[in-house]
Design a protein around this ligand. Structure first.
Ligand SMILES: NC(=O)C1=CN([C@@H]2O[C@H](COP(=O)(O)OP(=O)(O)OC[C@H]3O[C@@H](n4cnc5c(N)ncnc54)[C@H](OP(=O)(O)O)[C@@H]3O)[C@@H](O)[C@H]2O)C=CC1
Ligand SMILES: O=C(O)C1=N[C@H](C(=O)O)C[C@H](O)C1
Length: 271
């Protein structure tokens, strides 16, 4: 069977380089193209050299339509507005689109939903096995613990991260809300500042730390009078996200068009 041909968009970014490296090392997949934005300094450079794995004979280009036409799947860890446009292009080309990008507005998510009517899209704020298992545990804990347990989600990332709360924190918030049988949007407390008054019962709170080179840390705290439960995850290497993304792309091959999650890919959506 021939290799699954993947395009990495945002190939010059932190995740883009890790994705190129991961695709070059994984069995059954091959790098079909590498894309950066028009005017980017990386254009014309060999994607493998950029990723530190030696030349792969794949130059970084800006020609999205040609790249998607030559591929089976797209790995996309870029920016929300770029991912919305890539989803449209993936739908046109009929290729699997794996979206790791975070920080979407509601209207952008609705546009991605529309593209997913025409092609397979796997979107997740975190592509690692560990975090998706953590989300399942959080859902389970939230279902068991009564409303006396306040839920707070704490995350820390490197100083370059541009969105907050992180996609993972929101994913964990959704899991907690699902466990409680409530809608996160009605109970999320994303920022606290100044004279806030006491905590609103039933809120799911978020706190954001940024600094240094932290790959990604998340803690979900269930705090009641007299006791506290903490569930957490520490990412130590971006390779966990890249390997998850490659797995998602291959999983998407031949599936019906639709929007899927990493929990679907890992087969843990119902645990
Ligand atoms: N779901 C998950 O498991 C994970 C998700 N992420 C998410 O992935 C995203 C990227 O993170 P990270 O790699 O650290 O960020 P970077 O800024 O290092 O990389 C993003 C890359 O995308 C490029 N880009 C932006 N717009 C376009 C475009 N229109 N066409 C082509 N390339 C474009 C950027 O170019 P330029 O610099 O010129 O703008 C940059 O090279 C973030 O949203 C982050 O939260 C990260 C890790 C794991
Ligand atoms: O920007 C990052 O780096 C990461 N982003 C994702 C998020 O927003 O949760 C996933 C991971 O934590 C790293």
């Amino acid at each position: 069977m021939s290799d699954f041909r993947l395009v990495v968009v945002g190939a010059g970014g932190r995740m883009g380089r890790m994705l190129v490296r991961t695709v070059s090392e994984a069995a059954g997949v091959t790098l079909a193209a590498a894309i950066e934005r028009p005017g980017a300094a990386e254009l014309g450079r060999d994607a493998g050299e950029l990723a530190g794995v030696g030349p792969l004979g794949v130059p970084v280009t800006e020609d999205v339509a040609a790249a998607f036409a030559s591929a089976d799947g797209v790995l996309d860890f870029t920016r929300p507005e770029a991912s919305v446009a890539f989803a449209r292009e993936a739908a046109r080309a009929g290729v699997v689109h794996v979206i790791g990008t975070t920080g979407f507005a509601e209207a952008e998510l609705a546009e991605i939903d529309r593209s997913a009517q025409e092609t397979v899209i796997v979107r997740s704020g975190n592509m690692s096995l560990g975090v998706n298992l953590l989300a399942a545990l959080v859902r389970r804990a939230a279902r068991t613990l009564d409303a006396d347990f306040d839920i707070e989600i704490l995350e820390m990332h490197h100083r370059h991260k541009v969105d907050a709360p992180s996609g993972t924190a929101l994913l964990l918030g959704e899991a907690a809300a699902a466990g409680r049988g409530i809608a996160l949007k009605d109970h999320a407390q994303r920022v606290r500042d100044g004279y806030t008054g006491p905590r609103t019962p039933g809120d799911i709170g978020f706190a954001t730390l940024r600094g240094g080179s932290v790959v990604g840390e998340h803690n979900v705290i269930f705090a009641a009078a007299g006791e506290r439960i903490e569930l957490g995850h520490r990412a130590e290497d971006r390779g966990i996200f890249a390997r998850g993304a490659v797995k998602a792309a291959v999983w998407g091959k031949g599936r019906a068009p639709g929007l899927y999650t990493m929990a679907d890919v890992l087969g843990i959506a119902d645990i």
